[in-house]
Structure formats: structure tokens, C-alpha cells
Design a protein around this ligand. Structure first.
Ligand code: T3D
Length: 259
């Protein structure tokens, strides 16, 4: 599927998905929603892809829902959230590849939610995160009511959601919403470097790690222990596991193939 609102590149095991409506700060319209979902699913089907970077063109990561599209006519918000955003969030979580959000600039509304759904977040110094939903008289969606209280606790989550004050990249890092902050201009390189490292990792074991963490978020200790055992059983059957053991015994770095 050719994309018009998204740049899609695969090289050296890394797929880079760049939201590309810079004139609208990469706000998500209907077409971008469809294209992003298709691109994520394409990554899942392509064995060459072993890590994904999600980033934006221009000065923004993503300004959330395209509010001009909202203005154009009557709509069912519930239907849009269910049919557009929820499948994208689930596609990121179910993608058996690590997804790195490269926050090149402002992230607002569902743009923050998309970043939170990723496995790692690297932000440029000048990036800002704003839970802009309440300024539009809306409720945080696309998973942010799920992630934020788990990551930073109820009170801070509510404060961000209700007051919609922007967080700097450094503040977001301090709160644990962002893994790394890099100088402006270093971002595409830093996100890619991290993705390249992940792409040379044991892809199946990383996918099982992602599944186990998601499972553990809503499990009892007993359930988490059992799920870990299940994932370990699967990881233990991979060639990359055998390679990891061989590398240890031979005192060398492992060369994982993603199988
Ligand atoms: O059913 C449903 O759709 C519900 C789902 C909701 C999910 C949501 O995401 S709700 C939250 C939606 N997002 C927002 O409320 C953010 C709106 N944008 C802003 O508050 C500001 O633009 C920013 C704080 C992000 C950046 O401010 P600033 O001053 O740096 O830039 P700007 O001048 O406001 O924007 C630059 C251009 O981008 C401008 O276009 P123009 O005037 O030059 O032609 C602006 O209209 C456009 N733009 C920015 N955000 C959006 C947008 N266009 C459409 N939709 C946007 N969200």
C-alpha cells in the first residue's frame, strides 16, 4: 500500500515509520490512521524487520487527532476511537518487535498516547508532551488512562490530564515517561542507534519479554510467574537462545539472527 501521510523505510533490520503531515504537526487524520495501522501490520509480517522506530517529520512528533477533520462534520467519537486509535495502540503492543518512539518535537493528545504505547521513548531536548485532550473538552484516550497512572501514579496522571500543562523532555524523563533525552538534531540518529541495537538482539525473546511485561501489568504474582515460565519455554526453543549459550561458552559476543 503506497502511503501519503507516512514515510516508511526498512534498512538494516529497522523499519522507520515517520508521520508526515508536518504542516499540521503530524495530526492524525483518517488517512494517516489507516496508513499507520497498515504500516505496523506490515512490519509484523516482514521477517526482515526486527525493530521499529516511530517518529515525525518537521517540528512535531504528533499533535494528536486532526481537529480540523473534527470540525468538518458530525461524528461518533466512540466509533473513531474504537476504529482508528485503539487498533493502532493494540498493533504496537502486539507487534512482536520492539518499537522505539523518537520524539523529535511536540507530542499532544493522542500523540502522547502513541509514544506511551511504544516500548522505549527517546526525546530530543526541545520535545514537549502535552495531554491536550481537556483543552478540547475531551477525555484522554488511546491508552493514556491505562499507561499514565501505572507509570507515574494517579495524582500526577490526573494533574497532567486535567491541567494540560506541557512537560519538557527533561521533566518527562524525570517522571519516567521518557528513557533518554538527546540534543536537538541528534534525535533521528539516537533513536535509530537504539533500534539497531534492538534489531541485532534475540527478536523472539524480546517479543516474549514485551508480552510478559504487558501480561504482568494486570496479573497477580502467581499469574506473572506462570506467564514468565510459559514465555521462557518458548524462548528456550529458539536458535538465538542456543547462540547465546554458545557465545557464552566460547567467550564471544552472540550473533542473533532473530529466530
Ligand atoms: O474522535 C476523536 O477524534 C477523539 C480523539 C481525540 C484524540 C486527541 O488527540 S484530542 C487532542 C487533539 N490535539 C490537540 O488538542 C492539540 C492541538 N494543537 C495544539 O494545541 C498546538 O498546535 C500545539 C500545542 C500542539 C503546538 O502549538 P504551536 O503554537 O507550536 O503550533 P500551532 O501554530 O498551534 O500549529 C501549527 C499548525 O499545525 C497550525 O496550522 P496553520 O494555522 O499553520 O495552518 C495548526 O492549526 C496545526 N495543528 C496543530 N495541531 C493540530 C493542527 N491541525 C489539526 N489538528 C491538530 N491537532
Amino acid at each position: 500500500m503506497p502511503y501519503e501521510t507516512l514515510l516508511f523505510d526498512v534498512s538494516d533490520g529497522v523499519a522507520t515509520l515517520t508521520l508526515d503531515r508536518p504542516e499540521a504537526l503530524n495530526a492524525v487524520n483518517d488517512q494517516m490512521g489507516r496508513e499507520l495501522l497498515d504500516a505496523l501490520r506490515t512490519c509484523g509480517r516482514n521477517a526482515e524487520v526486527r525493530a521499529v522506530v516511530l517518529t515525525g517529520s518537521g517540528r512535531a512528533f504528533c499533535a494528536g487527532q486532526d481537529l480540523k477533520e473534527v470540525e468538518e462534520g458530525s461524528r461518533s467519537y466512540g466509533r473513531i476511537v474504537r476504529s482508528r486509535y485503539n487498533p493502532i495502540v493494540l498493533a504496537i503492543r502486539r507487534l512482536e518487535r520492539p518499537v522505539v518512539a523518537g520524539l523529535n518535537g511536540i507530542a499532544a493528545g493522542a500523540g502522547v498516547s502513541l509514544a506511551l504505547a511504544c516500548d522505549l521513548v527517546v526525546a530530543s531536548e526541545g520535545a514537549r508532551l502535552t495531554m491536550a485532550f481537556s483543552r478540547a473538552g475531551l477525555v484522554p484516550d488511546s491508552g493514556s488512562t491505562y499507561w499514565l497512572p501505572r507509570l507515574i501514579g494517579y495524582h500526577r496522571a490526573f494533574e497532567l490530564m486535567a491541567l494540560a500543562e506541557p512537560l519538557t523532555a527533561r521533566q518527562a524523563h524525570h517522571l519516567g515517561l521518557v528513557n533518554r533525552v538527546v540534543e536537538d538534531g541528534e534525535l533521528p540518529g539516537a533513536a535509530r542507534e537504539l533500534a539497531l541495537r534492538l534489531a541485532s538482539g534475540p527478536t523472539a525473546a524480546l517479543a516474549y519479554t514485551k508480552r510478559a511485561l504487558d501480561q504482568a501489568l494486570d496479573s497477580s504474582l502467581e499469574e506473572a510467574l506462570e506467564y514468565e515460565a510459559h514465555m521462557q519455554e518458548l524462548a528456550g526453543r529458539t536458535r538465538d537462545h542456543r547462540e547465546g549459550i554458545a557465545a557464552f561458552v566460547e567467550k564471544r559476543e552472540p550473533r542473533f539472527e532473530g529466530r
